[in-house]
Design a protein around this ligand. Structure first.
Ligand code: NAD
Length: 61
């Protein structure tokens, strides 16, 4: 989920995890993304953090 570090992206990531998805929390804001991963794990879900700038193709290789 791109932009999962805050706002709409985080809320969608939390919903995906609650539905049983293993969520890749992706954001260029690492503290926000880490908080999202922690929230998902505390809720019993599964998530990992991938730091990436969606505007930078190199980050997606
Ligand atoms: N159409 C509408 O009614 C409506 C309503 C609310 C928000 N929006 C839009 O939806 C978007 C999200 O809103 P929000 O409130 O969740 O914003 P937000 O700022 O809370 O969340 C955006 C997240 O995306 C991340 N991000 C931004 N650019 C990135 C990039 N290049 N690579 C990786 N991560 C990146 C930020 O670090 C942040 O964590 C915004 O563009 C906002 O303007 C539209």
């Amino acid at each position: 989920m791109t932009g999962a570090g805050s706002g709409i992206g985080r809320e969608v990531a939390l919903i995906y995890a609650a539905e049983g998805a293993k969520v890749v929390v992706s954001d260029m804001n690492v503290p926000g993304a880490q908080e999202a991963v922690s929230q998902i794990i505390q809720n019993g879900g599964k998530a990992i953090l991938v730091k990436a700038n969606a505007a930078n193709a190199e980050d997606h290789k």
